[in-house]
Design a protein around this ligand. Structure first.
Ligand SMILES: Nc1ncnc2c1ncn2[C@@H]1O[C@H](COP(=O)(O)OP(=O)(O)OP(=O)(O)O)[C@@H](O)[C@H]1O
Length: 240
């Protein structure tokens, strides 16, 4: 059997003609997308444009209504979490655990957990390991969720709004940490955010979603030279 942890595909995600219809909403309307290894990709778009749905689909939690999706060369299913780290938008932590207990608990599920990395990020994020999760501020919980996702040694890391609740000065620090921890030779990060300005230095490529369609997908460099401005200004032009 193929070893999920060592499986390494140049195209980490391949989507062809993807539609997702919820009962009352056609959330994704024909997405064709190839995500290559070794990139940090910004998934941008206004509320309701389909960012979370797309990330959940890559995580194997939401299935397409039609179209095909391959993650690391296979259709996502329940085993997907063994080779994909997913930071959900919702808070999935237990309030009664301490920070350290939380990380120890999560580490039990994954053979690819990197203990040293978790410990060094805990220090860098200035989190007290003995504090109860229920007593953490929103921003501190967001940091803990990020440590949980980035401590895994997996080819694909999906981060849904990782900066929500984190103050702007801390965001810059956390972005530096993501860049520092990113294993560019073997990993890919797809990250949705509304914090375009602070996140810009991180992105190799950017996807602009609009009403369930890919409006733009290009390298950040190409976009800046084509539009002659920052990604945030491009955002204003695209969605303004
Ligand atoms: N489980 C669901 N059932 C029904 N409709 C849903 C469900 N999840 C999402 N939707 C709808 O699908 C559309 C896309 O939602 P999605 O959460 O993917 O967007 P988003 O870009 O992540 O938005 P936000 O920036 O507000 O988080 C929205 O209209 C939303 O209401």
């Amino acid at each position: 059997m193929e070893n999920l942890h060592t499986a390494s595909h140049e195209n980490v995600v391949e989507l062809k003609g993807i539609h997702k219809k919820y009962i009352l909403k056609h959330a994704l309307r024909g997405i064709d997308l190839t995500v290559q290894r070794g990139r940090i990709i910004g998934l941008l778009g206004p509320n309701g444009s389909g960012k979370s749905t797309l990330l959940k689909m890559m995580a194997g939690l939401v299935y397409p209504t039609s179209g095909s999706i391959l993650v690391n060369g296979r259709e996502p299913d329940v085993r997907n979490k063994q080779h994909v780290a997913y930071l959900p938008e919702i808070d999935h932590l237990y309030g009664w655990m301490t920070v350290k207990q939380t990380l120890a608990y999560i580490s039990n599920f994954y053979t690819d957990w990197q203990e040293e990395k978790a410990a060094s990020m805990l220090a860098a994020m200035e989190l007290d390991g003995n504090q109860k999760v229920r007593n953490l501020s929103k921003g501190m919980r967001a940091r803990l969720k990020l440590i949980a996702a980035l401590s895994r040694n997996v080819p694909l890391v999906l981060l849904d709004e990782p900066f929500s609740g984190i103050d702007p000065s801390s965001r810059a620090k956390i972005i530096r940490l993501i860049l520092q921890e990113f294993q560019s030779d073997e990993q890919t990060i797809v990250l949705s955010t509304h914090s375009v300005n602070e996140s810009e230095p991180m992105f190799d490529e950017v996807i602009f979603l609009q009403q369930g369609r890919v409006r733009i997908f290009d390298t950040a460099e190409n976009l800046r030279s084509e539009y002659g401005c920052s990604l945030e200004k491009i955002w204003e032009k695209v969605y303004g």
